[in-house]
Design a protein around this ligand. Structure first.
Ligand code: C2E
Ligand code: MG
Ligand code: MG
Ligand code: MG
Length: 293
C-alpha cells in the first residue's frame, strides 16, 4: 500500500514537473516571437545630478520589459532565456536603437544635454561587428556618441578576452562612455579599473539600502565614491529610495543618483512629463514602489 501511495505521489509530482516544463517551453516559444510582434518596451529611469539644490535630471537608464499575457514581464524573468538562445543579440540591437532614437527625440524637443544609459549583455560585446553596429545606430538615429553610456558588469570583464577589450576600446574611441554596473557585487578586481577604458561606476543598490547606519556599507560606499574621484570616474548611486540615502551621498560628494526616491522606471510618455516639469522635479518624495505598468 505504501508502494501504491508512493507511486501515486510520484505520478502527481511528475505531472507537476511536466506542466512546469510545458509552461517553460511555451514561454520560450512566445519569447522567440516577441521581437517580431513588437512586444518589447523600454522604460526609462531618471538619473539626477546631486550637486544642485533641486537635483536636475541629466540622463535616463533604459530598462527592458516584455508585454506578455496582459502583464509587463521584468527583465530578470526573460533575459537569461534570451542570453541562452542567443536572441539577446537581436533584442539588444533593438534596445540600443530604440533608446537612441527616443533620446534623440527628447534632445530635439529641448532637452539637449540628456544622455541615455543602456545595459549590454556579454554576448553583444563578443560580436565581431559590435562597434560597427553601434556606429550604424548612432548614424541612423542622429544621437551623438557622447550622449550614450553603455553599461557592462564585472562578469563581462572577467572573460578578459581580447575581443571584449577591443570592443570596449573601439567604443571609447568613438566617444561612447562605459559604465561598470552593480559595482562591488562581483569580483571588483581593481585591476579592471586600470585595464579597461571605463568612465563611470554604478554603486549597487544593495550598498545604498544600508545607508547610513551600517558601518561597513558606509565604508564601502565612501570608498567607491573616493575611488571615482581619484581615478576621474563619474559615480552613480543606484537604488536611492529615501532622503537619508540622498543626504549621505551628497555629504560624500557622490555626483549622480537614480532610484525610486526620484522616480521608478517609467514609460516614455511619463518620462517626458518628468522632463517637462524640469528643474521643478520634486526633491525626493516619499518612496513609492516600482510602477511596472
Ligand atoms: P540594473 O541595470 O542594475 O538596473 C537597475 C534595476 O534596479 C532595475 O531593475 C530598476 O528597476 C531597479 N531599481 C531602480 N531603482 C530602484 C530602487 O530605488 N530600489 C530598488 N529596489 N530597485 C530599483 P529591472 O528594470 O528589473 O532590471 C533588472 C536588471 O535587468 C538590470 O539591472 C539589468 O541588469 C537587466 N536589464 C534590464 N534591461 C536590460 C537590457 O535592455 N539589456 C540587458 N542585457 N539587460 C537588461
Ligand atoms: Mg544598469
Ligand atoms: Mg545596476
Ligand atoms: Mg543589476
Amino acid at each position: 500500500q505504501a508502494k501504491q501511495a508512493g507511486k501515486a505521489q510520484f505520478a502527481h509530482y511528475s505531472a507537476g514537473l511536466q506542466a512546469s516544463a510545458q509552461r517553460q517551453l511555451e514561454l520560450e516559444s512566445a519569447l522567440g516571437q516577441a521581437l517580431a510582434r513588437g512586444e518589447f518596451v523600454l522604460h526609462y529611469q531618471p538619473i539626477h545630478r546631486l550637486d544642485a539644490h533641486d537635483p536636475p535630471m541629466v540622463g535616463v537608464e533604459a530598462l527592458l520589459r516584455w508585454r506578455h499575457d496582459g502583464r509587463l514581464v521584468p527583465p530578470l524573468e526573460f533575459i537569461p532565456s534570451l542570453e541562452e538562445s542567443g536572441e539577446i543579440v537581436q533584442v539588444g540591437d533593438w534596445v540600443l536603437r530604440e533608446a537612441c532614437r527616443q533620446t534623440r527625440a527628447w534632445q530635439l524637443a529641448g532637452h539637449r544635454h540628456l544622455y541615455c544609459s543602456v545595459n549590454l549583455s556579454r554576448r553583444q560585446l563578443q560580436q565581431d561587428d559590435f562597434v560597427a553596429r553601434v556606429v550604424a545606430i548612432l548614424d541612423d538615429t542622429g544621437l551623438a556618441a557622447a550622449s550614450l553610456v553603455l553599461e557592462i558588469t564585472e562578469t563581462h570583464l572577467m572573460q578578459d578576452s581580447n575581443a571584449t577589450l577591443g570592443a570596449l576600446r573601439g567604443l571609447a574611441a568613438l566617444g561612447v562612455r562605459l559604465a561598470l554596473d552593480d559595482f562591488g557585487t562581483g569580483y571588483s578586481s581593481l585591476g579592471y579599473l586600470k585595464r579597461f577604458p571605463l568612465h563611470m561606476l554604478k554603486i549597487d543598490k544593495s550598498f545604498i539600502a544600508g545607508l547610513p547606519g551600517d558601518a561597513e556599507l558606509e565604508v564601502i560606499s565612501r570608498a567607491i565614491i573616493g575611488l571615482g574621484h581619484s581615478l576621474g570616474l563619474e559615480v552613480v548611486a543606484e537604488g536611492v529610495e529615501h532622503p537619508r540615502h540622498l543626504e549621505f551621498l551628497r555629504a560624500e560628494g557622490c555626483p549622480l543618483a537614480q532610484g525610486y526616491g526620484f522616480s521608478p522606471p517609467c514609460p516614455a510618455a511619463m518620462l517626458e512629463r518628468l522632463l517637462q516639469d524640469g528643474a521643478a522635479s520634486p526633491p525626493l518624495p516619499a518612496p513609492h514602489p516600482a510602477a511596472l505598468g
